[in-house]
Design a protein around this ligand. Structure first.
Ligand SMILES: Cc1cc2nc3c(=O)[nH]c(=O)nc-3n(C[C@H](O)[C@H](O)[C@H](O)COP(=O)(O)OP(=O)(O)OC[C@H]3O[C@@H](n4cnc5c(N)ncnc54)[C@H](O)[C@@H]3O)c2cc1C
Length: 456
């Protein structure tokens, strides 16, 4: 009997659970797989007024598809990432495998409907943010105008169609890229990825689907179970058990194979694996009409008088309401989604250290307000005409990815530190870990730079 324990219910842990159950050697009679997730809620790192079940976004009358027994799954970055997938991502050793597996998973399980899988474009855009109506370059608010601010407000592309289409063509912009203000904001457009090499998923829905499919195939999922120790044999030659806390009780669970997929928390269990963590904020905005499938890497010039962004090191709300004295360039990423929303994320910050679990992640609403103002400064669909449905924060795992056995301890495997491409590289990681456990080596791809032996 093999007892396989996965630590962490993010996209890496859940994809690993899924691929273990799809390995030809897997049998629920001879392999017990347990996934332990520290949190039992997804409300950490999200403001209270944020949407709780993204499955209902595409159709608000859809009954919740959320399995409440899985709350806590995807409570960290795996539920709050953008979800861009690309053949041009890194590291090169695992990207092609993982991109292909995403496509196969979507075909097999109806991922287009279940987790918003679709092919998309990726573009770099240089823009200039418009000042909100009522502000001018000197900063202070102007007296309210008699026309309700309309005269000074810039027009969105869809409101002045002929003029905007001409402006778009001049910049070489595809005709259907029509939700950034081409007349006043868009300065330059460059293609980075096409639907041949670029796609997207809704990360929370994908992760929860992997968890459900794994559970249906025999995996035991325990939420609210925080692993405190991985117990190795006295000579450290193999893993013996893991100890976890749940509801104030300590349990020691016998384990032959332990996969540590604890994302930014990995170093707390495996200090020898150099994964670090940085907080990042993001928002989800519901647009008044469907948005064409573009993922944007932006450089947005904020004019004098615009809301000053909170800096990397500033405490909560430090710059609230202060108008910019000079210009500043910001680089939020904006991904249109098939559910009628756009996701936008801002920079990382160094203010709040990694808390104990995802449940304690704090949102700095001033940082969310920055992102909302910046994307609203280049698009009416995401600004004056949009509705903010989520304000959130999470911790980006950095340093890796590391995938493979930890030192000479048999059965101890790390799968963590996936940087800004963990959604893209999750299926490939899960597949490779399943091969390491069942075959003793990877056969679908080389580990290359991902092998933890490189840093141990
Ligand atoms: C703003 C932002 C945007 C991003 N956009 C993209 C994108 O577009 N495309 C892309 O490919 N990637 C993207 N990423 C990166 C991606 O989100 C991460 O690489 C990925 O989610 C990491 O997954 P994970 O499972 O390793 O970690 P996590 O999602 O952090 O999951 C780790 C889990 O382990 C649990 N855990 C921790 N310690 C313990 C313990 N002791 N016991 C039990 N459980 C424990 C945690 O509670 C958590 O649920 C983005 C990241 C950020 C921050």
């Amino acid at each position: 009997m093999q007892e396989i324990t996965i630590v962490g219910g993010g996209i890496i842990g859940c994809s690993t659970a899924y691929f273990l159950t799809r390995h030809p050697s897997y049998s629920p009679d001879t392999h017990h797989i347990t996934l332990l997730e520290a949190s039992s809620t997804n409300s950490g790192g999200r403001t209270q007024d944020s949407i709780q079940d993204p499955a209902t976004l595409a159709n608000p009358t859809t009954a919740s598809k959320r399995n409440p027994a899985h709350d806590g799954i995807a409570g960290g970055a795996s539920g709050k990432a953008g979800g861009l997938l690309a053949l041009w991502a890194f590291p090169k050793s695992i990207v092609p495998l993982s991109f292909r597996l995403h496509d196969e998973l979507a075909r097999e399980h109806g991922g287009d409907k279940r987790w918003g899988y679709r092919r998309c474009w990726a573009s770099q855009v240089d823009c200039k943010a418009r000042l909100p109506a009522g502000l001018d370059a000197s900063g202070p608010a102007q007296p309210p105008s008699t026309d309700g601010g309309q005269a000074g407000a810039s027009k969105g592309l869809h409101k002045d169609h002929k003029k905007a289409t001409a402006a778009l063509r001049k910049l070489g912009v595809p005709d259907d890229f029509d939700w950034v203000d081409a007349t006043e904001s868009l300065g330059a457009y460059d293609n980075i990825g096409t639907p041949d090499d670029t796609a997207q998923v809704h990360p929370e829905l994908f992760t929860r689907s992997m968890a459900q499919l794994a559970e249906d195939a025999g995996v035991r999922i325990v939420t609210g179970a925080r692993v405190t120790t991985i117990n190795r044999s006295p000579d450290e030659s193999h893993v013996e058990s893991v100890t976890y806390e749940k509801d104030g009780q300590k349990t020691t669970h016998p384990t032959t194979h332990c996969v540590v997929a604890a994302g930014p928390w990995t170093r707390r269990l495996l200090p020898e694996i150099p994964v670090s963590a940085s907080r990042a904020h993001s928002v989800v905005i519901k647009a008044p009409r469907p948005l064409s499938a573009y993922a944007l890497f932006t450089a947005i010039k904020l004019p004098t008088g615009f809301r000053t962004p909170v800096s990397k090191t500033a405490q909560h709300g430090a710059t609230k309401g202060v108008p910019l004295r000079g210009q500043q360039v910001v680089e939020p990423e904006i991904y249109a989604r098939p559910d009628g929303t756009a996701y936008a994320c801002g920079p990382t910050d160094d203010v709040a250290p990694l808390p104990l679990t995802t449940a304690e992640v704090e949102v700095d609403e001033a940082r969310c307000a920055d992102i909302i103002a910046q994307v609203g400064g280049i698009s009416d669909e995401l600004g004056s005409d949009g509705e903010v449905v989520a304000r959130q924060a999470c911790y980006l795992p950095q340093g890796g990815p590391y995938i493979g056995q930890v030192g000479s301890t048999k059965g101890l495997i790390v799968a963590a530190g996936h940087t800004c491409w963990g959604i893209q590289n999750a299926p490939g990681t899960g597949k490779l870990v399943s091969e390491l456990i069942f075959d003793g080596k990877t056969t679908s791809a080389r580990l290359g730079s991902c092998d933890p032996a490189n840093v141990l």
